[in-house]
Design a protein. Structure first.
Length: 133
């Protein structure tokens, strides 16, 4: 199952990044970014949201990065949990399970596994269409 998920995510990333009509929103760094940057990508043609991130700062042992989405109803949900490679690079397909339209995305450095910790990057993605099931 993990291999199937990884292959599906890889195909979604390639197709979404090649989509000339994809919405691309750059992340804005916070004081915790330390040079990190990236973008939120929504491809309507592929019904896929993903983040492409570079130069994320190293995390302490046991910590992870999380992508948290705020929807139009004011609710927050974790769309992904991940570790970047040694250079701080990560591309992650998001699991958007919210009923509302995504309006903001946050990349958080989480030390306890909960969706809390310093916000490293943030983006307003208000124009992003709602994912339909």
């Amino acid at each position: 199952v993990q291999l199937e998920t990884a292959l599906r995510d890889q195909q979604a990333m390639i197709a979404s990044q090649a989509d000339p009509a994809a919405l691309r929103v750059p992340f804005q760094p916070t004081s915790a970014a330390h040079g990190a940057n990236g973008e939120y990508i929504w491809s309507a043609a592929n019904a896929t949201s993903l983040v492409s991130l570079q130069a994320l700062p190293p995390l302490p042992v046991g910590a992870t990065y999380m992508v948290v989405i705020e929807d139009s109803l004011g609710r927050f949900s974790t769309a992904a949990s991940f570790l970047p490679d040694l250079s701080g690079f990560a591309q992650v397909v998001l699991d958007l399970t919210t009923d509302g339209t995504p309006v903001r995305a946050f990349v958080i450095a989480s030390s306890g596994g909960a969706a809390e910790g310093p916000v490293v990057l943030q983006a307003n993605v208000r124009e992003t269409p709602r994912l339909e099931d």
